[in-house]
Design a protein around this ligand. Structure first.
Ligand code: PMP
Length: 338
């Protein structure tokens, strides 16, 4: 990368590994398409697009629909091109060079990338010897490092660990630092506590249409926070970034969130089936409240999966993440991992 500035020399393009055919369990996507009646509505919406006009840059109707879903004010919502865009905007809007950012580790790899892009320092807070995160360790690290920003991803990508509302509260209340609360997978967990973001000044919650709502193709995420933080994101965000089509689809989908309940339940029950089956077989697999499972296993098992055209995410030798597939995809996975 000839023109890349020197401090970015080690950066590589983000890649979850696109695969042409086979059973794809590597990117935490939903294995199930959105309900057919919704897809029909999406297609009808295309006819209403004024293609010669920019999208509504305030995403008024979409923000209203999201606000209605949570029973909150549309002023407390901002949408972006995936939650990726809004996370990036938060890092750029808040951090100065050499500011400190804390996050549990391992977690979503983009946190470190966004930190480094603005010249700030990412400080990982590791789990215990079983890779379990402890709130007290985070609170201790906050006292020690005095960070500007703290990332909490729950359920955590890639380990699947879920922090309860009370645990998250303890971290929030221990500091004035801004808390980026990444809830990308919370729809698969015991409780969705997104609205906690409105109880404090220092919390921005991030959610996405890419996981439980099975719409990564439209690239839509949103932030929920007090008006001041939302205004900050809106001030930095690129104008017109969320396309007209995306806004329309998002509005239809969130207005009918109840239609997703069955498929979310199906993914959760398949997650438990994979977990218990592999656990009984002696696999070193972690309990998860997301749509994926973290597993430490011999690389030969992965080679066997690849031979059978089943693709999971490899982090490093012996460390894998399996996205929950459909029942028959999971049957195939479990058959190979016998
Ligand atoms: N946060 C977490 C924890 C994720 O795993 C992902 C997607 N891999 C994102 C945010 C970004 O999701 P999107 O941009 O699709 O909304």
């Amino acid at each position: 990368m000839k023109y890349m500035k020197k401090s970015f020399a080690n950066m590589e393009p983000y890649h979850s590994g696109l695969i042409p055919e086979g059973i794809i369990l590597n990117a935490n996507e939903s294995p199930i398409a959105p309900p057919k009646c919704l897809v029909d509505e999406f297609i009808k919406a295309v006819n209403k697009i004024e293609f010669n006009r920019y999208p509504d840059m305030d995403e008024v109707k979409l923000n209203e629909a999201i606000a209605k879903h949570y029973g909150i004010n549309p002023n407390n919502v901002s949408c972006g091109v995936g939650s990726d865009e809004l996370l990036d905007v938060m890092f750029r809007a808040t951090l100065e060079v050499n500011d400190k950012v804390l996050g549990f580790s391992p977690s979503f790899s983009m946190y470190q990338v966004f930190t480094e892009l603005v010249g700030a320092k990412y400080i990982p807070v590791y789990g215990d010897s079983n890779m379990i995160f402890h709130v007290d360790d985070m609170i201790k690290a906050i006292k020690e490092y005095n960070p500007k920003l703290v990332l909490i991803c729950t359920p955590n990508n890639p380990t699947g660990q879920y922090l309860s509302k009370d645990e998250v509260r303890r971290i929030i209340e221990s500091t004035d630092a801004l808390i980026g609360l990444d809830l990308a997978y919370i729809d698969f967990a015991k409780e969705d506590y997104t609205k906690i973001a409105l109880e404090y000044d220092n919390v921005i919650a991030f959610k996405t249409f890419s996981k439980a709502m099975a719409l990564p193709s439209i690239r839509l995420g949103y932030a929920i926070s007090n008006k001041d933080n939302i205004d900050m994101l809106n001030a930095i965000k690129a104008p017109y970034s969320v396309t007209t089509f995306t806004q329309m689809v998002g509005e239809i989908a969130i207005n009918h969130f109840e239609l997703y309940k069955n498929q979310i339940e199906e993914i959760k029950s398949e997650r438990e089936r994979i977990y218990h089956t592999l656990k009984e077989r002696g696999y070193n697999i972690y309990p998860s409240e997301a749509n994926f499972l973290y597993v430490l296993m011999d690389d030969s098992k992965n080679e066997l999966l690849i031979k059978n055209k089943i693709y999971i995410r490899k982090f490093k030798n012996g460390v894998y993440r399996i996205t929950v597939g459909t029942k028959s995809e999971n049957d195939s996975l479990l058959e190979v991992l016998k």
